[in-house]
Each structure stands twice: as structure tokens, then as C-alpha cells.
Design a binder for this molecule. Structure first.
Ligand code: G3P
Length: 220
């Protein structure tokens, strides 16, 4: 399973990359806005900075909601670097845009996916990645992880190549469950990734090892 970090914050991307386990980055307009990035030039410059930091796939989302606009934006974004993936929303013109980019050999990530039916459409349109939003489904008291399970089953039965990118991941449990249910990729905040490190028995075990080592050294 691949690990992507879900942020536009360069320091967090650097920190995740330094761990040596980072396979890519996803962003969205809200995450870019959070970093104060606005205007075409600044957005392009920021994506270039991310692509220079990370060799893996970097999802850059279009703002347009019509086919022509998505194609124009996507083509400009794809020129930034070889590792740019065009993120397209799950809407009717988005399906047309996914098909267009598939035919051009430009990788895509179909975002804002909340049902198995939407995931089938994304795969049929040749999306490289499909992004079901786990946390937001849980937020409305539904079962986000069941959706990962269903998509994984459908894609396996049908032989679809589209990779399942579990998004809107909020914590370590989500990461483990997504892995169990067949996600090909999880994208999450750095905090969720780092939370996987934590276990009280690791902390107490390490404290004991170090204390025993010190006691032996003091005796010698
Ligand atoms: O990038 C899309 C997704 O991961 C958003 O997550 O936490 O805003 O629901 P969240």
C-alpha cells in the first residue's frame, strides 16, 4: 500500500519525505487556501515546489467545473512536472475530462467519491486513482470503510486497473482499516501517519532497555 500525505504544507511534506516512506502528495483547493496560496501563478509555483520535493505522484486539483475549463487547467498543470496527477471532481463533465486525459496518457485522480456507483464511473473513464472520502462518510454516520471494501471487491471482480486511494483519512485506525479492506493508497495528514508509531508498550519497553543499559554501564 502506498502512503501519500494530504497537505500543501511544504514543511510537513519535507518531514514526511524524510521518513523515507512517502510515495506521493495529495492537495485540494481547501488545503492550498490554508497555506495562503491563491492566483494561478502562485498555485503553479507551489505545485512546482512540491514536485521538486517529492518524486512520487502529486495530485493537483482543477477549479473549473466545465469540460473545457478542466482540460485547459489540467493541461497547464500537467506541464509543471512529470509527477503531476490531475485531480478531477466526480461530476458529469469530470467524467468527460477523465476520459480525455486517459486518451492523452495523463494520470488522473477522481475526487469527491462517496459511492460504489461513482467509483465504477471513475474506473470506466480510466481514472488512475479514485478517491473515496472515508472521514466525511463517517461524519454523516455512514460507514466509510465499507465503501473501500465494496470498491475493492468490485474492481477485483471486474478487473479495473484504477487504484483505490482512501482519502479523508483522519487517524491511524482509518489507515489500518483501509489497508485491511484493500486500499492501494492512503492519503492522510502527517499527524495520522505519525500516530501509527505510538504504542505505550514501545515507550515503556524502550525506557526499560535504556535504564538497564545505563545500570550496567554505571556498574562497569
Ligand atoms: O484531499 C481530500 C481529502 O483527503 C479531504 O479530507 O479531512 O477534508 O475530509 P478531509
Amino acid at each position: 500500500m502506498k502512503f501519500f500525505v494530504d497537505t500543501a504544507n511544504l514543511e510537513q511534506i519535507k518531514e514526511a519525505h524524510a521518513l523515507g516512506i512517502l510515495d506521493g502528495v495529495t492537495t485540494n483547493p481547501s488545503l492550498m487556501a490554508k497555506e495562503g496560496i491563491s492566483g494561478t501563478e502562485a498555485v503553479m509555483k507551489h505545485y512546482k515546489a512540491i514536485c521538486d520535493l517529492v518524486p512520487g505522484d502529486v495530485s493537483a486539483e482543477v477549479i473549473s467545473t466545465d469540460f473545457e475549463g478542466m482540460v485547459k487547467e489540467g493541461e497547464a498543470l500537467a506541464k509543471i512536472a512529470d509527477n503531476i496527477v490531475i485531480k478531477i471532481p466526480m461530476i458529469k463533465d469530470g467524467i468527460k475530462a477523465l476520459s480525455y486525459f486517459r486518451d492523452k496518457g495523463i494520470p488522473t485522480n477522481c475526487t469527491l467519491v462517496f459511492s460504489a456507483g461513482q467509483a465504477i464511473l471513475a474506473a470506466k473513464a480510466g481514472a488512475t486513482y479514485v478517491s473515496p472520502f472515508i472521514g466525511r462518510i463517517d461524519d454523516i454516520s455512514w460507514d466509510g470503510m465499507q465503501l473501500i471494501h465494496d470498491i475493492a471487491e468490485i474492481y477485483a471482480v471486474q478487473g479495473f486497473d484504477t487504484e483505490i486511494l482512501a482519502a479523508s483519512i483522519r487517524n491511524g485506525k482509518h489507515i489500518v482499516e483501509a489497508a485491511k479492506h484493500g486500499a492501494d493508497v492512503v492519503t492522510c495528514p502527517l499527524s495520522a501517519m505519525l500516530s501509527l508509531l505510538k504504542h505505550p508498550l514501545t515507550d515503556s519497553g524502550l525506557a526499560k532497555f535504556l535504564a538497564d543499559h545505563k545500570a550496567a554501564a554505571d556498574k562497569a
